[in-house]
Write a protein that binds this ligand. Sequence first.
Ligand SMILES: [Cu+2]
Length: 244
Amino acid sequence: MKPRDAYAAFVIWVVLTALGEAFVLRANIYPLAGNEFARDVDDAFRLLMALAVPVFTFVVTVLVYSLLRFRRNGEPAEDGPPIHSHRGAVWGWFAVTSGLTLLVMVHPGFTGLLELRESRHQEMVVAVQAAQWSWNFTFPGRSELEKVKDLKLPTDTKIRFDVTSRDVVHSFWLPMYRMKIDAVPGRVNSVYVATEEAVSYGENVNVRVQCAELCGTGHPRMQVRVEVVERPEFDAWLAEQEAG
Ligand SMILES: [Cu+2]
């Protein structure tokens, strides 16, 4: 490979990386974020994407450039000259990628987990039972609400959902809070969610509970429209459910 090729490939890599980073950092590809935790998750995702872009564009550049530039075009092929690795490049690559990997394991990985653990105190416990193909919810001191299609939750409340299943494995997913947990028959899995401001399914389709584990023909319709409302409205709704 001539220096000219290395230079050309380098320029293409830089341009592709700039385009990729502009897209990753600026494009709004994230669904509605309903709380602080969701924003943290999005930040972590954005960081990992930003780190992955240069690696991806490097591989693509070298691959496509080599394919186009070094074609044999029907000439008879013989063995190329032996290739020796460049010690400095190998160690440099190893140091940089390992360093970055350790860095993201510590932050946002480890620090994020600590933050998550700290937020594990709840003001309300809601029992959730999944079934083919519906969701049942039991609020504290209330009887079970069956086959719920519309659910209300109070604003600014830390909720623990105790999730289980009646039949097969389902998955309890709240996309706007970036929270998902398996609903497994015979065991209870807990997930912690802190609601913030009022929002409804009518405003954004991510304000819902969705089954995220293929569980049969009714799987895609296994969803609950959620509305996060002020506490008095929530209490009134709950009382109304009980009466009906
Ligand atoms: Cu399901």
